[in-house]
Design a protein around this ligand. Structure first.
Ligand SMILES: [Zn+2]
Length: 412
């Protein structure tokens, strides 16, 4: 979809420069909105003749469009000698599919070139789905999209998330909740859908989506926590996921806050996850974590309703949740010095109810002198992982570091 540098030895310098400039234009228009040719030329530091070639190329591929306005005195003053038109991204010029593989459920989201969500759907899948069944379902969904005129030949790439440990190469190391272990999901997916693909941990994807869809947020360092059955985490530094050596960084749910408490999914006791997940809330409210799926689904709203009716058990449950979560966030702020902490996942009613207390606790708990970051809730809702996966696919299309040119090609 986007221009790829041609494998022509003599032309590689010009082609690469053109490719990088095109990506910079597309990124500028997505994050800053429409701009005049002169503004873009200034941003890139290139001549008007170069900008004309670049914009014309993008217009030909229908990735950008130009709104021509009649000349006016103001336009002439602002842009002497230039047309007064505005260049803008054609949102429908390319689409990106994101998929969340969950337990018994698969969610799909399509985003456009502006990273706006244009479609979201949810289907039921067997709770013990195999990787092959999941890939087949993704392939079928993709086919159902590409027969539609709107998406025909325009779906650029596919991002998939799973609730487990995934390497940087899209290899699923361990996914106990689905019983998957050592699965080369990226290879299987790529064979089936024949488009560029990526596979990511679900919290990483939700984190990336929460930041990527809000270009106005400061992006130097953001911490994300995804609260639900577990407690996933991710750090985004300079617009990129912090992956660690093997790609599994960000397991913030396993920060040890105590030697005691319920057994965590990692086999230890006292992890942040075991104090703030749905199981912990269930034990606080009902004295057991052996609830049905629908009871778990209703739990966050139930505990808030109880607290609003002054039920002391519900109030204590929320007090404990707030105290432990705040401790975890304080540790993360001391470690990372983020500008923003984003909280996502299915706990939203609980988080809305406790957010002000968390903010106050953070302010008084962090090392004095460290700037207090904004603690906010993710705005993406229950499709956050699927949308996040789509934004990762979108980002890969714009990511200069993914351009591969061999040494041989770079030799004159
Ligand atoms: Zn743990």
């Amino acid at each position: 979809m986007f221009a790829q540098p041609q494998r022509n030895l003599k032309m590689v310098d010009q082609t690469l420069a053109r490719f990088l400039n095109e990506l910079r234009i597309l990124t500028m228009l997505r994050t800053q909105g429409p701009a005049s040719r002169a503004d873009i030329a200034r941003h890139l530091g290139v001549t008007p003749a170069t900008i004309t070639r670049l914009i014309n190329g993008l217009v030909e591929r229908d990735l950008v469009r130009e709104a021509r306005k009649p000349y006016s005195v103001t336009d002439k003053l602002r842009e002497p000698g230039r047309p007064g038109g505005q260049v803008f991204l054609n949102a429908e010029g390319a689409f990106f599919l994101g998929v969340e593989i969950g337990v018994g459920v698969m969610r799909f989201a399509v985003i456009d070139l502006l990273a706006g969500v244009v479609d979201s759907q949810e289907i039921s899948i067997p709770r013990d789905t195999s990787p092959t069944l999941a890939v087949n379902a993704i392939s079928e969904h993709l086919s159902s999209l590409t027969i539609q005129q709107r998406y025909r030949d325009k779906i650029h790439s596919v991002g998939v998330t799973v609730p487990g440990i995934v390497t940087s190469e899209g290899y699923v190391v361990n996914l106990p909740i689905l019983g998957w272990k050592s699965v080369d999901l990226l290879a299987e997916l790529s064979r089936a859908v024949r488009l560029p693909c990526s596979v990511e941990n679900n919290a990483n994807a939700a984190a990336f989506g929460a930041v990527y869809t809000q270009p106005s947020l400061p992006s130097v360092c953001t911490i994300f926590l995804k609260l639900g059955t577990g407690c996933g985490g991710a750090a985004i530094v300079n617009g990129r996921l912090l992956r660690g050596a093997g790609g599994t960084a960000g397991e913030f749910g396993h920060i040890r806050l105590s030697d005691e408490g319920a057994l965590c999914s990692c086999g230890q006791k006292g992890c942040l996850e075991s104090w703030v997940n749905l199981g912990s809330l269930a034990r606080s409210l009902h004295g057991t974590d052996q609830l049905t799926e629908s009871q778990f689904a209703a739990l966050p709203a139930d505990v808030v309703a109880g607290a609003e009716q002054k039920d002391p058990v519900a109030i204590k449950a929320l007090d404990d949740f707030t105290r432990w979560l705040t401790l975890g966030i304080v540790s993360l702020i001391n470690m990372f010095n983020p500008s923003t902490v984003i909280l996502g996942g299915v706990m939203r009613p609980v988080l809305e109810f406790t957010l002000e207390r968390i903010r106050t606790g953070v302010q008084s708990g962090i090392i004095p002198g460290i700037p207090v970051p904004e603690v906010r809730l993710s705005e993406l809702g229950k499709f956050e992982c699927a949308i996040g996966a789509a934004t990762i696919a979108h980002h890969h299309g714009f990511d200069i570091s993914r351009v591969e040119i061999s040494e041989q090609e770079l030799q004159p």
